[in-house]
Design a protein around this ligand. Structure first.
Ligand code: C5P
Length: 212
């Protein structure tokens, strides 16, 4: 079973994906880490994140087994990730890895922006997770403060909106719901309720399939 979970930043898709993978015994890939790792490689080498040739080269040299998630979550990497993610050569270089991951037995949950549209258009279940920008900014602020980062919620909101705009307006695999994705709005849902809502979607899709 392949489950595609897409949505904007801090919508809750990462937490839902992790919990769904654990509940169903599937592999989980946070595909944002791939773009973050490309961005970090460029920043560490002193290069601009909008250098297509260097970014594409960095994308071919990633070693996801050795990702340091904490280092990939910094604000500078976060911002640069959505810049490298708009480069078609970078996306192209990362497609095979994601598709191979998705088909590893017994199946996988992938979360990102283009899983249901580009990476796994034939996924068994597609969920597009949304939440209001204010709620997303509040969640992201709490998360960053819990890591010891002193951040201002208004700035976090401005950053989320800037990234959403960049991710939605790019021509290469923009952030958008697949036509057959199920919308899950987590604005008024806590973590448990969001997880249960995702399970309900998955079970409804599976039951529908069995009936056919
Ligand atoms: O999901 P996360 O916020 O960690 O992703 C970081 C950035 O990577 C996003 O802002 C987006 O530009 C990019 N991304 C993408 N496609 C994906 C996953 C992430 O373009 N499938």
């Amino acid at each position: 079973m392949i489950i595609a979970i897409d949505g904007p930043a801090a919508s809750g898709k990462g937490t839902i994906a992790r919990q769904i993978a654990a509940a169903y015994g599937l592999h989980h890939l946070d595909t944002g880490l791939l773009y973050r790792a490309v961005a970090k490689a460029l920043l560490d080498a002193g290069h601009s994140p909008d250098d297509p040739a260097r970014a594409a080269e960095a994308a071919t040299m990633l070693d996801p087994e050795r990702f340091d998630e904490n280092a990939l979550k910094s604000q500078s990497v976060t911002d640069a990730a959505s810049v490298v993610a708009a480069i078609p050569e970078v996306r192209q270089a990362l497609i095979n890895y994601q598709r191979e991951f998705a088909t590893k037995p017994p199946g996988a949950v992938l979360d990102g922006r283009d899983i249901g549209t580009v990476i796994a258009p034939g996924a068994d279940v597609k969920i597009f997770v949304v939440a209001s920008p204010e709620v997303r900014a509040s969640r992201r602020t709490l998360e960053m403060r819990s890591r010891g980062e002193m951040v201002d919620e208004k700035e976090v909101l401005a950053d989320l909106l800037r990234r959403d705009a960049r991710d939605s307006r790019r021509t290469a695999a923009p952030l958008k719901a697949a036509p057959d994705a199920h919308l899950l709005d987590t604005t008024h849902l806590g973590i448990d309720a969001a997880f249960r809502a995702a399970v309900d979607i998955i079970e409804a899709v599976r039951a529908g399939r069995k009936r056919r």
